[in-house]
Design a protein around this ligand. Structure first.
Ligand SMILES: Nc1ncnc2c1ncn2[C@@H]1O[C@H](COP(=O)(O)OP(=O)(O)OP(=O)(O)O)[C@@H](O)[C@H]1O
Ligand SMILES: [Mg+2]
Length: 240
């Protein structure tokens, strides 16, 4: 197993300016499978993902990536609105490799192979900025996947995609997992959580209320907050 795991959070808090965004988060994540982070708007899911890739530091507690000193290059993150350079689809899919010092010739070869895997072969020479939302998301996943991260963080990878776009992205996420990458992702789509997750972390009000295997989480949620959330009846933080 990679030195990155287990990811260990102990009493992690995030209070950037007095506002308590995360509090007392204890969490241990192994290097296998797909962990889905669920919770209402404002629960702290995106903040948690940003911490796991080192973009935000806890203001209290400790966060450890196995025996590694920090997240390093084995951790990649894909945001909800992935950045596309004003360049071709092929150039954009190879961007991460460029940062890893891979030669142009190799980037082209590996980029084409990846475009085939994500169904964008016939778009290789087009401007990436002309892609639809679903195509951009596939491109961003392929770009991250090409760098072979041990840990891939995905923040709402299918928000605003239509059903066939969702299905295409879910298929790619499954393949990335089968390839040996640990995935930690957020979603508001509970069907997606049941289709993809091995385990579920349920956050509410900045705290982890539950961390359980997916079937157990949906069949027998332990915390009252999770029960209400699954029923769609969470009474707080609806985002107004
Ligand atoms: N960098 C930051 N500095 C300070 N506060 C932040 C920062 N990022 C987010 N917050 C605050 O932390 C809280 C949790 O935000 P976060 O984006 O993690 O929620 P979320 O669970 O991802 O919600 P959603 O489901 O709407 O995406 C919010 O109140 C937000 O304003
Ligand atoms: Mg979020």
């Amino acid at each position: 197993m990679s030195a990155l795991f287990p990811l260990e959070l102990a009493a992690v808090s995030f209070r950037p300016n007095g506002q308590e965004v995360l509090r007392g988060v204890d969490l241990s994540l192994g290097g296998e499978g797909i962990t889905v982070v669920l919770g209402p708007n404002g629960a702290g899911k995106s903040v948690l993902l940003r911490m796991l890739c080192g973009l935000l530091q806890p203001t209290g507690g400790t966060l450890r990536w196995g025996s590694a000193p920090g997240p390093g290059r084995e951790v990649a993150m894909v945001f909800q609105h992935p950045m596309m350079l004003r360049d071709t689809v092929l150039a954009n899919v190879g961007l991460g490799l460029k940062a890893h010092g891979v030669s142009r010739q190799d980037r082209v070869a590996r980029g084409h192979a990846m475009l085939a895997r994500i169904g964008l072969t016939d778009r290789a020479g087009q401007s990436a900025r002309q892609l639809s939302g679903g195509e951009r998301q596939r491109l961003a996943l392929g770009r991250a996947w090409l760098t072979r991260p041990r840990l891939l963080l995905l923040d709402e990878p299918t928000a605003s995609l239509d059903p066939s776009g969702v299905e295409a992205v879910e298929r790619i996420i499954r393949e990335i997992r089968t390839d040996g990458t640990k995935v930690v992702m957020t979603t508001h789509n509970l069907g997606q959580a049941t289709r993809l997750a091995d385990d579920v972390v349920f956050l509410a009000d900045g705290a982890v209320r539950e961390h359980a295997p997916v079937q157990r989480f949906f069949a027998r949620p332990v915390s009252p907050e999770a029960r209400l959330f699954i029923k769609g009846e969470l009474p707080w933080h609806v985002g107004f």
